[in-house]
Design a protein around this ligand. Sequence first.
Ligand code: PMP
Length: 388
Amino acid sequence: MREHPLNWLSGHARQRRAAGLRRELRPRSAGEPVLDLAGNDYLGLATDPRVIEGGLAALREWGAGSTGSRLVTGSTTLHAELETELAAFCGYPGGLVFSSGYLANLGVVTALSGPGSLIVSDGANHASLIDACRLSRARVQVVAHNDVLSVDEALAARTERRAMVLTDSVGSVDGDHAALAALHQVARARGALLVVDEAHGLGVCGPGGRGLLAEAGLAGADDVVATVTLSKALGGQGGAVLGPTAVIEHLVDTARGFIFDTGLAPASVGTALAALRVLAAEPERADAVLAAAAAIAEAAGVPAPASAVVSVVLGDPEVAYAAAGDCLARGLRVGCFRPPSVPEGTSRLRLTARATLTPEELDRVRAVLAEVLPGVRGPGASIVAPVG
Ligand code: PMP
């Protein structure tokens, strides 16, 4: 008699519980009196009336869904408008919208690599880039975080003709910056494409929030491709690839996450367009989020980051989880990152800044962190400053 096919689940759950790694969905209710420093709404646009109106107008005009793949019925003139404006704003010849940033990453990496090519992937890359590498069937060489020399060596030693260097511009967990100029230099010298995920760069870093590639003068280069998400600084949902028009055309023909996925819902296209226009009209929001991040970092006793992400490493997963719970009990929601999201022994609180945080809200943050953090930074807890 064979056992039930799901019997193994309870054993796995027990192991995760013992390791302090059970995850819990904690539904939040609308309007609850909690100050949120866990989300990625860096510019405060998720609730901006202009952004909401942009979504409502698109919903009324186009309906609830895009009704099909972009290649069948799901590509509206609104999608094209967003692609044109987003690419122009960030400084790229072309853009292609996907239904999430995750899918944009899967799509671009798989379509531009494949068997017989090499991907040199930064060791701290986001899970979506890791999954993209796994799907690509390319040879994948993972190098230490921001280790440009190792990237160069991997590219130089390859036998494959085609190669790609893959990195986040702003670390999703630490909020640090990739050495994009140096990476591009070695990629270009070795005939490799540089693919950069600007999920946490758009709206926050670079001139007027145009991202770190723009800051490095690399946006629009003919051997650089960027991905962005519409779900963080732009406050909505969806993702996009930005790059040379030949890349965009290749993705339309070959990116499976584009071809076989229903197009992004019109309401999300509408909110993204409206949010992009707010960002273009109010570039000071990008500076405001960095100033808020500096204030949060000071309150947490870590150096100011060059992004919206403040990382407070506590070490033990249960300690970090309990600290996040203590913050929530005091009305402050913060992120808690544990393995496998972060390496063993580096469980942490992740606090995100928002351009619209008021002085009173920052005072609340200071008060809560002053109550919670001293108790959890015992002798065993290491505090690692975010880099960059
Ligand atoms: N890249 C990075 C660096 C991210 O942090 C995320 C979101 N957590 C994504 C991609 C995925 O984007 P989305 O949530 O739009 O799918």
